[in-house]
Design a binder for this molecule. Structure first.
Ligand code: LLP
Length: 442
C-alpha cells in the first residue's frame, strides 16, 4: 500500500509506484511522481515520446513466480497465453523463468520460436480454426500438445501428422457448459459458444482419436473465459474434467495432462486485492478436483501475469469543454488500447505528477483520443485531479490486451514499447513510422 494516502489505490507495486520528488531548488513543495521501478515516467516520456507502453520486468517476474509458488505442490507448467502480450522480449523474459506458452496461431508460434527455440516443447496450441499449415509448423517445432476443438480438426491434424510421420500429442478441448460471470465477448465455456467439443461427445471422440496411428491421446483441456474473478466456475469446470478423466482412463486412455486454460481476472478497480492470496485460492480451486489423479497440470494465464505490469503513458494535447462537459484529448487513442470501448472495460487513469498535500481540485472529465469515433475514449465521466495541457496521464493495467489488440486505424503508427528493470530500460518495440504502415501498398 502507498505511503502517500493521496495516491493510494493508484499504484501497482512493484512495477508502478509514486515517489516524492522536490520541485527543484527555487520552488517550494514537492510532487508525487509515478515511477516504473526506479525510473520516473516523465523522464521516459521525454526520452521515448508518447503514447508509450511501459512494462516492469520485475512485476512480470514476480507475478509469474506467484503462480509457480501457488502450484508448487503439483507437477505443472505455466503456459503463458501469448495473445495477452506477444512482445518477443517479454516472451524471452518469461522463457528464461522456465515458462511455457499457449499459442493460437502460426504467427504466435513463430514469436515463441524466435524468443526461445527450446520453449516449443512447453508450448500448447489452442484455437478453433488451426490451418493445416499452422499444424504442420507446430508438429515440426515439436510442441507439447494440440488442444483440438472439433472432429474435423482432429482428422486434419491426423493427416498432417501422417504426412510428416510425426506423432501429435492431443488433448480435446471440452466445453464444460459452465457459466462464468464476465463480459459476454470473453466468456467461452457455455454450450452456445463456438469453443471446444461438448463434454458429452468427448468420450466417443477420444475413442476415434486413439485409433489414428500418428495421434497420441495425452490430455484434456478446458478454458471457460477471461477476466473471471469468481473461483467457483473454475472449480466446477475442473470437476467436470476430472469426471471425464476417470471415464477415459477406465476406457484405457493414457491421459497425462490436464490443461485448465487461463482466465483468472485482475482487480482493475479494487487495487487492495491481495494477488498472492487470490492466486493461492485459484490454485486450490483448480487442484482440489484433481487430487489423487496424478496428472501434469498445464495453466494458461495471460492477463494475470502481464496486465498490471504495464501502463499506457499518454500526454494531454488539449482540454476542451462542450456545453459544460469537459474533455481531456490525449495523444493515445482507441487504436492503441481498445478495451474501454470493446468490453466497457474500466482502466484506472492517473496524473503522473501530483503536488503533495495541495488541496486537490477534482473535476469530472471524459478522457478521449484523437480518432474520429465517439467510441474513442478511455474513461467517461471520470473524477480526476485537475490536469493541464501537456501533462502526462498513465492508463493503468494496460499490459494485457493493450498492444496485442492495437491497430493502425486512422493510419496511426502504433506506440513504442519499453521494458524497465530497476534503473535500466530497453526499447522492446520501436515506434512505428507512417511509412511502415503503407509500405506494403506501394
Ligand atoms: N487460454 C485460452 C484458450 C484463451 O482463449 C485465453 C484467452 C487464455 C488462455 C488467456 O486468458 P487470460 O488468462 O488472459 O484471461 N481481449 C480480451 C480478452 C480475450 C481473451 C481471449 N482468450 C480482453 O481484453 O479482455
Amino acid at each position: 500500500m502507498s505511503r502517500h494516502s493521496e495516491v493510494a489505490g493508484t499504484e501497482r507495486p512493484p512495477g508502478f509506484v509514486f515517489h516524492r520528488q522536490s520541485k527543484g531548488l527555487f520552488r517550494r513543495g514537492a510532487d508525487l511522481v509515478l515511477h516504473c521501478e526506479d525510473l520516473p515516467l516523465p523522464t521516459l516520456a521525454e526520452r521515448y515520446e508518447t503514447p508509450l507502453y511501459v512494462y516492469s520486468a520485475t512485476a512480470i517476474r514476480q507475478r509469474l513466480l506467484t503462480f509457480q509458488k501457488a502450484f508448487r505442490e503439483v507437477p505443472h507448467t505455466i503456459c503463458y497465453s501469448v495473445k495477452a502480450n506477444s512482445n518477443i522480449s517479454i516472451l524471452r523474459l518469461l522463457a528464461r523463468e522456465r515458462c511455457g506458452f499457449d499459442v493460437v496461431s502460426g504467427g504466435e508460434l513463430e514469436r515463441v520460436l524466435v524468443a526461445d527455440r527450446r520453449a516449443a516443447k512447453k508450448t500448447v496450441f489452442s484455437g478453433v480454426g488451426k490451418s493445416a499449415d499452422e499444424m504442420t509448423a507446430a508438429l515440426k517445432a515439436g510442441i507439447l500438445l494440440f488442444n483440438v476443438e472439433s472432429e474435423s480438426e482432429l482428422w486434419a491434424l491426423a493427416e498432417c501428422a501422417t504426412r510428416l510421420r510425426t506423432t501429435a500429442r492431443v488433448a480435446l478441448r471440452v466445453n464444460p457448459d459452465v457459466a462464468a460471470d464476465t463480459h459476454p465477448h470473453i466468456s467461452t465455456g457455455l454450450r452456445k459458444h463456438k469453443f471446444g467439443v461438448p463434454i458429452s461427445d468427448a468420450r466417443e471422440l477420444y475413442a476415434k482419436a486413439s485409433g489414428a496411428r500418428y495421434l497420441k491421446v495425452a490430455g484434456i483441456s478446458v478454458h471457460i473465459g477471461s477476466q473471471i474473478t469468481e473461483l467457483a466456475p473454475f472449480a466446477e469446470a475442473i470437476a467436470r474434467v476430472s469426471g471425464l478423466l476417470r471415464v477415459l482412463r477406465a476406457d484405457g486412455h493414457r491421459i497425462e495432462y490436464v490443461d485448465s486454460g487461463g482466465g483468472l481476472g485482475i482487480a482493475y478497480q479494487e487495487p487492495g486485492v491481495d494477488f498472492d492470496a487470490m492466486v493461492a485460492r485459484y490454485a486450490r480451486a483448480v487442484t482440489n478436483p484433481l487430487r489423487g489423479l496424478n496428472v501434469h497440470l498445464l495453466l494458461e494465464p495471460g492477463r494475470a501475469i502481464i496486465g498490471p505490469a504495464g501502463v499506457l503513458l499518454t500526454s494531454i494535447i488539449y482540454r476542451k469543454e462542450n456545453d459544460g462537459k469537459r474533455f481531456l484529448v490525449v495523444d493515445a487513442a482507441m487504436n492503441d488500447l481498445i478495451r474501454p470501448v470493446l468490453y466497457s472495460a474500466y482502466h484506472e487513469i492517473v496524473p503522473v505528477v501530483q503536488p503533495v498535500n495541495s488541496t486537490k481540485k477534482m473535476e469530472t472529465v471524459d478522457v478521449v483520443g484523437p480518432v474520429c469515433e465517439s467510441g474513442d475514449f478511455f474513461a467517461r465521466d471520470r473524477e480526476l485531479p485537475r490536469t493541464e495541457e501537456n501533462d502526462l496521464l498513465a492508463i493503468l493495467d494496460a499490459g494485457a490486451y493493450g498492444m496485442s489488440l492495437a491497430s493502425n486505424y486512422n493510419t496511426r503508427p502504433r506506440p513504442a514499447e519499453i521494458l524497465v528493470q530497476g534503473k535500466s530500460v530497453k526499447v522492446i518495440r520501436r515506434r512505428e513510422k507512417v511509412r511502415d504502415l503503407f509500405s506494403a501498398e506501394l
